[in-house]
Design a protein around this ligand. Structure first.
Ligand code: DQA
Length: 141
C-alpha cells in the first residue's frame, strides 16, 4: 500500500517551533516514526513551503491514499482545497495541534470538507491515527 504524506509550510522547521503546540519531534523524526510503525506501508513524503508546488504534487499523485498537513494553508487556500476535491483518492487531514482551540483564524478550515477524515491535537499521534485509519479502511475495501 502506497501512502503519500504532504507537509505544508513551516513544517520543515519542526523541532524549532513552539513545542506546546507542535511537540519536539523534527519532520524527519515524524517520517521515521511512520516508517517504523507502519512497515507494511510504502510512504512518499513531500514537504513544501509553496502553495503551487503542493498543488502540482497533488495533481500528479500516484498513491493509494493521501495524508496532508497543509499547515497554515489549511486556513487560507481555496486552491489547495480545489486540488484535493478533484483527486479521487482516500484523503486524510492531519494537524499536530488542536486548531479548534487556538486563535480564531485557525478555526477557518478550507480542507475539512474535501477529505474523508481529520485528525488533530495529538502531535505525532495525529499522524499515527491517520495512518492507522487509512490502513484499516483500505484493508476492508
Ligand atoms: C498546523 C496548524 C496550523 O494552524 C499551523 O499554521 C501549522 C501547523 C498543525 O499541524 O498543527 O503550521 O497545521
Amino acid at each position: 500500500m502506497k501512502i503519500a504524506v504532504i507537509h505544508g509550510p513551516n513544517l520543515n522547521m519542526l523541532g524549532k517551533r513552539d513545542p506546546k503546540h507542535y511537540g519536539s519531534l523534527t519532520l524527519s523524526d515524524i517520517e521515521n516514526n511512520l516508517k517504523r510503525d507502519f512497515k507494511e506501508v510504502e510512504f512518499i513524503f513531500f514537504q513544501s513551503n509553496h502553495e503551487g508546488a503542493i498543488i502540482d504534487f497533488i495533481q500528479n499523485l500516484k498513491a493509494d491514499a493521501l495524508i496532508i498537513n497543509p499547515g497554515a494553508y489549511t486556513h487560507t487556500s481555496i486552491a489547495i482545497r480545489d486540488a484535493l476535491e478533484t483527486i479521487e483518492l482516500f484523503k486524510v487531514e492531519v494537524h499536530l495541534s488542536n486548531i479548534y482551540e487556538r486563535e480564531d483564524f485557525r478555526k477557518i478550515n478550507y480542507v475539512k470538507d474535501v477529505v474523508n477524515q481529520s485528525f488533530y491535537g495529538k502531535k505525532y499521534e495525529s499522524y499515527y491515527e491517520a495512518c492507522q485509519y487509512i490502513v484499516d479502511k483500505m484493508m476492508n475495501l
